[in-house]
Structures are given as structure tokens and as C-alpha cells.
Design a protein around this ligand. Structure first.
Ligand SMILES: Nc1ncnc2c1ncn2[C@@H]1O[C@H](COP(=O)(O)OP(=O)(O)OP(=O)(O)O)[C@@H](O)[C@H]1O
Length: 595
């Protein structure tokens, strides 16, 4: 695939060089320049739509914002095209941050409505703020494209646009294959799992909105200079739909898909002009047919077909990996980690799910938390991993107070977890799942990611090798390139453990890891938990499977109606009359027989 991407970039460069030589008149060149501008917008929008899975139907608003900012700066303050476009990108980027804010609360169709509203507001402001925007008449006499006072010829302007499109495509591709892109895809597939691995979902969505906004702002100014005239009717809701269609038709998340989509949707209306009254009908019908035949978009479907024709080897060589012991021990402190929860109370309305529950996971131990259904175990887990906020009480890991922190912050302190109902990044490969776990410790920043620096590549290679080592640790190296959703259930559970370990936790929290496993898989799980504990990672195990608990736990805490009713060694707890009464119902032997 890497070679194909390189070929794609070479082909794009060749096309961009050849077109001005081949175009026979100014109209043809101008149309191609319009495509380059739309291409820049689509490439940026793809970061939002393709990677984070969010939909924006307000892109025409950001495009207009960039256009008006650039045009006003050029006509009133004498800015040249490049400095005007950079300021416009900045202004649009700020609005991108504002647009990202609602994603803290809303998604899907509600978010789409918010972005539509934004587009409408911009359109209205452009009409009503006559002193600044010229109202319905718009802004005329925008100077010809110029850089530092030098007027650009048509071809020179073409070169600027071509370079910007090429760089935007390369930067978006680099972002996609970096830790940022991987985290964005992870957030789109399971936000809670991503947060539990230390991914700041809100920050990433903001970044994606800013990427889409900055490119729309840049493109807006270029458009104003190309057209030398702008008015509100150029930036309508249907343009927002068209920009979104460019991404989806070309192939969301693919590197060249949005460029292809922009090309098709710039030229198609031109070609369909001869159909006169049937033009719009033909346009819609064609889109429908393409999307029906290729639901992943054109490039997405081609890549999928190619993958099926020549599938990559499913396994990776275990020898490529870094030893898991080393990866986990690198975090090993002289002192093993301790979790202390004091008087945790969680109320849901009138229901007290946790009632002054205290618990101490001693350094390096396997601590089991058990209790009947509805006792409050999941509430406890969700509270100490930051998904619920305690109504009262506090908890700390190695003396670091965690109550009040958000889930990704707690994960970064060193608490990793698995989920009762597995929460994998199902469309990502098994290896990528584990890499998302590891990558929070990578140090390279956004600029390194966009430029794909040698430091970034070195760190990515380390991340990959550490992930392979952890897959080998749980026996999944033969499935490394398989999509996670195709793994059998038992292996999905193991993958979740490998992914949680990749975050190099001080405390690993396993939420019913034996649920749904066969007897043989439970035996393997028992061995794995022992090996993890032997590496110095403290484990908190929530389980119903009594035999597993008795076999691996150093301490057992029992919850009933949200209260801790016992906490001691397994042999003491299993003879506690209150535990027998509350949890086992009858005798422990009976419970074992039933398990
Ligand atoms: N988000 C929530 N909103 C309202 N009530 C909740 C919520 N989460 C849990 N509860 C309630 O809190 C109580 C404790 O539930 P919890 O899921 O923590 O128990 P549990 O011990 O994990 O049970 P199980 O073993 O069945 O998973 C239950 O009465 C449950 O209905």
C-alpha cells in the first residue's frame, strides 16, 4: 500500500505539471484552478469526515469566511494574496474551534444541524453587514493575485494553487498515518475505549474541525482572488452539501479520494450542461448510481477490492517485536503501584449504587472485586476510571488524587482498563488497536506528524515493535493485520488486554474478562493474569467466575448493595457467613459447581 501511495503522489504531481501545458485556453485553465481550490477544501474536510467520522454541513460558511476575510484585507488594507490567505486561514481556524465546541455534547444528526446553522449565520451576516461585506452586492474589484506587490500571471497563480493542493494532500496523508490520525479513527469507532487509553477525544475533534476550517479559509481567499468578485449567493447550503459529497464520493479517509471527488464534482456539471433541463436529474442519478455500486466511495472501494485481491499477510514475525517484559518493566517503578479508594459514594437520582465503598489494591497484588448482580462493581470501575464522577469520596493511585479528573487524564496517570462488553476499534487492525494503547507515550508533536520527520518515523517504528511484542505476549501475533472485528470472541478479549497493557499501566483493571470464554480460554486467562502480575503490574479484577478468582486473587473484596461487606484473602472471604449469604446464596461449593 505504501508503494501505491507513493505512486499516487507521483501521478498527482505529474497531472498538476501537465495540465497547464495541455490546456488550450484560459477558460480550461480557470476551471482546473477552481477544481484545485475545491480540492483543498475537500482534503481538509476529509480529516473531519474520514478520520473522526463527524459530518459538517457548514463548510460553505467557513469557505465564505475565508473569502470575505481575504477580500476585505486585500481591498481595504492592501494585503497581498499570500498574507491575506494566511490571516483568513487563521480566522477560519478560530471559527473551527468554535464549531468543535458543540461536539462535547452532540453528535450525528444534531451536529449536522449545528453546522448547517453556522453556514446560514455566515450567509446572513454577509448579507446584512453591508458596511463591511457590501451586502447582496458583495465585494468587487478584488485585485489580481499578487505576492509581495508582484502581480502573478495566470500560470503563476495556477502554480501556487497546485503547490497548496499537493502540500495539503501530503500533510493530510501524513496526519492520517500518524498517532493523531490513528487516535481520530479510534475515537470514531469507540470513544470510551479511546478515552480509557488516554486519548483526549475533545482535543482531537477540535483538531479535526480546525484542519477542515483552515483549508476552507485558505481556499476561500484563493477563490476571491480567482474570481475578483464575491457575493453571498456564491456560498450557499448546497455548496456545503457539494463539499461533503466530494469527500464521500471520492472515498472518505482515503488519501486521494477527496481530490478525485473534487475533480468529478467540479467537472461533472460542466459536462452535463448539454443535457439542458435534465442536467440536475442526471447529476443526482449519477451520484446515486456511483454510491450504490461503491458505498465506500471510489478510492475506498478500489482500495478495498485491491486488499481482497492481494491480502496482506495476516501474521507479523514475533522477532520484529520488542520483548513485552521490557515494555512493561520500563514503567516498573522500584515501588509497585497502589490504588486507594476512600468512602466512594455514587448516586444516580434516588438510587445509591455505591455507598461509602473503600478499597485498597496493594502494590503488585491481584485484587478481585466480586458481588451479586447490581452490587455496584461496574459503577466502582467506571468511577475509578473517570467515566462517572463520585458523589462523595476520593481515590488515588500512588498518592495522585484522581477524583474529579477526566477518563483520559486518569488513563495517563497509569490506570488502564478492559470492558465488560468488549470495546475494540473494530475496523482497525489488531496491531493498530494495540498501537493506540501505546502511542500516548510517544513524544512527537503535530508539526512532526504533518512533516513526517525522521523522529516521527523512529517513534512510530518503536510503537509498532512494542505493539508486536505485546501481541506476542498474549499470543495474537498471527492475527496482527486482521481487522479486529473478524477475531473470534475469545481472541477479542485477549486483544483488549494487550491494548490495555500497551498503555503501560500501573494498575490494570479487568472488567469481567472471563465472561463468554470457554473453559480452556479461562485457564489461559488465569495464566496470563499471573504473568501480568509477575511483571509488577497491580491488577483489579472484577469477575463472577469463582474458580478463577480463587486461583489468581491475593485479596478479594465483596460488594453488596453498593457497600463493602468483606475484604480479605480468598480463603477467609469464602468462609465469611455474610458473603455466603449475599453472594453465593448457599455454600461456596455449590456456587463453584454452578460456575
Ligand atoms: N448510569 C446509570 N444510571 C442509573 N443507574 C445505574 C447506572 N449504572 C448503574 N446503575 C444502577 O446502579 C446499580 C449498580 O449497578 P452496577 O452495574 O454497578 O452493578 P454490577 O455489580 O456491576 O452488576 P453486574 O454484575 O450485573 O454487572 C444497579 O441498580 C444499576 O441499575
Amino acid at each position: 500500500m505504501r508503494h501505491l501511495t507513493l505512486l499516487g503522489f507521483l501521478a498527482l504531481a505529474a497531472i498538476l505539471v501537465a495540465v497547464p501545458l495541455a490546456s488550450s485556453n484560459e477558460y480550461e485553465l480557470r476551471l482546473f484552478m477552481l477544481f484545485l481550490i475545491y480540492g483543498i477544501i475537500a482534503v481538509g474536510l476529509n480529516v473531519l469526515v474520514g478520520l473522526t467520522g463527524l459530518v459538517s454541513l457548514g463548510q460553505a460558511g467557513l469557505f465564505a469566511l475565508g473569502s470575505y476575510t481575504g477580500a476585505i484585507l486585500a481591498t481595504r488594507a492592501g494585503f497581498d494574496m499570500i498574507s491575506a490567505s494566511l490571516v483568513a486561514a487563521l480566522v477560519a481556524g478560530l471559527f473551527g474551534v468554535l464549531l468543535a465546541y458543540p461536539t462535547v455534547r452532540v453528535r450525528g444528526v444534531y451536529l449536522a444541524v449545528v453546522t448547517i446553522a453556522f453556514g446560514l449565520i455566515v450567509e446572513n451576516v454577509a448579507i446584512e453587514w453591508q458596511s463591511l461585506t457590501g451586502g447582496t452586492t458583495g465585494i468587487t474589484s478584488i485585485p489580481s493575485p499578487n505576492v509581495f506587490g508582484m502581480r502573478l500571471s495566470g500560470y503563476a497563480f495556477y502554480c501556487v494553487l497546485a503547490v497548496f493542493l499537493f502540500l495539503a494532500t501530503a500533510a493530510a496523508h501524513n496526519l492520517k498515518v500518524s498517532r493523531y490520525g490513528r487516535a481520530m479513527r479510534a475515537v470514531s469507532q469507540s470513544e470510551i475505549a479511546a478515552r480509557a487509553l488516554g486519548v483526549d477525544a475533545t482535543g482531537l475533534r477540535t483538531l479535526a474541525f480546525v484542519a477542515a476550517a483552515v483549508t476552507a479559509g485558505l481556499a476561500g481567499t484563493f477563490y476571491a482572488f480567482l474570481n475578483s468578485y464575491i457575493s453571498p449567493d456564491i456560498f450557499t447550503f448546497s455548496d456545503s452539501v457539494r463539499f461533503l459529497l466530494m469527500v464521500i464520493l471520492g472515498g472518505a479517509a482515503s488519501t486521494f479520494g477527496p481530490v478525485l471527488g473534487a475533480y468529478i464534482l467540479t467537472y461533472l456539471p460542466e459536462y452535463l450542461q448539454e443535457f439542458a433541463v435534465w442536467q440536475k436529474f442526471a447529476y443526482g442519478a449519477l451520484l446515486l448510481v456511483v454510491m450504490f455500486v461503491m458505498p465506500r466511495g471510489i478510492m475506498g472501494s478500489l482500495a478495498y477490492g485491491l486488499k481482497r485481491l492481494r491480502p496482506a499477510p495476516r501474521a507479523v514475525a514475533a522477532c520484529e517485536g520488542l520483548p513485552a517484559d521490557g515494555t512493561l518493566r520500563r514503567e516498573a517503578r522500584e515501588q509497585k503501584s497502589e490504588l486507594v479508594a476512600r468512602d466512594l459514594t455514587v448516586r444516580f437520582g434516588g438510587l445509591t449504587a455505591l455507598n461509602k465503598a473503600s478499597l485498597r489494591v496493594k502494590p503488585g497484588e491481584v485484587h478481585a472485586l466480586i458481588g451479586p448482580n447490581g452490587a455496584g462493581k461496574s459503577t466502582f470501575v467506571n468511577t475509578i476510571s473517570g467515566f462517572y464522577q463520585p458523589t462523595e469520596g476520593a481515590f488515588e493511585l500512588d498518592g495522585i488524587q484522581l477524583a474529579g479528573k477526566r477518563s483520559h487524564e486518569i488513563a495517563r496517570v497509569g490506570l488502564s482498563r478492559t470492558f465488560q462488553n468488549t470495546e475494540l476499534f473494530s475496523d482497525m487492525s489488531v496491531l493498530e488497536n494495540v498501537m493506540v494503547g501505546y502511542q500516548q507515550r510517544l513524544g512527537y508533536g503535530l508539526v512532526s506528524a504533518l512533516l513526517r520527520t525522521s523522529d516521527m518515523r523512529r517513534q512510530e517504528s518503536e510503537c509498532r515493535r512494542a505493539a508486536i511484542g505485546l501481541l506476542t505476549f498474549v499470543g495474537l501475533e498471527d492475527y496482527a493485520n486482521e481487522e479486529a472485528r473478524f477475531l473470534p470472541f475469545g481472541l477479542q478479549r485477549r486483544l483488549e488486554i494487550a491494548r490495555a497493557l500497551a498503555a503501560r499501566p500501573r494498575l490494570l483493571l479487568l472488567d469481567e474478562p472471563a465472561a463468554g470464554l470457554t473453559t480452556q480460554e479461562i485457564d489461559e486467562l488465569e495464566v496470563m493474569i499471573r504473568r501480568i502480575a509477575a511483571l509488577g503490574v497491580s491488577v483489579l479484577l472484577i469477575e463472577h467466575h469463582v474458580e478463577l478468582i480463587m486461583a489468581v486473587a491475593d485479596t478479594v473484596t465483596v460488594l453488596d448493595y453498593g457497600q463493602v461487606i468483606a475484604s480479605d484473602t480468598p480463603s477467609v472471604v469464602q468462609d465469611d457467613p455474610r458473603v455466603i449469604e449475599a453472594y453465593f446464596g448457599t455454600s461456596l461449593d455449590h456456587a463453584k459447581a454452578e460456575a
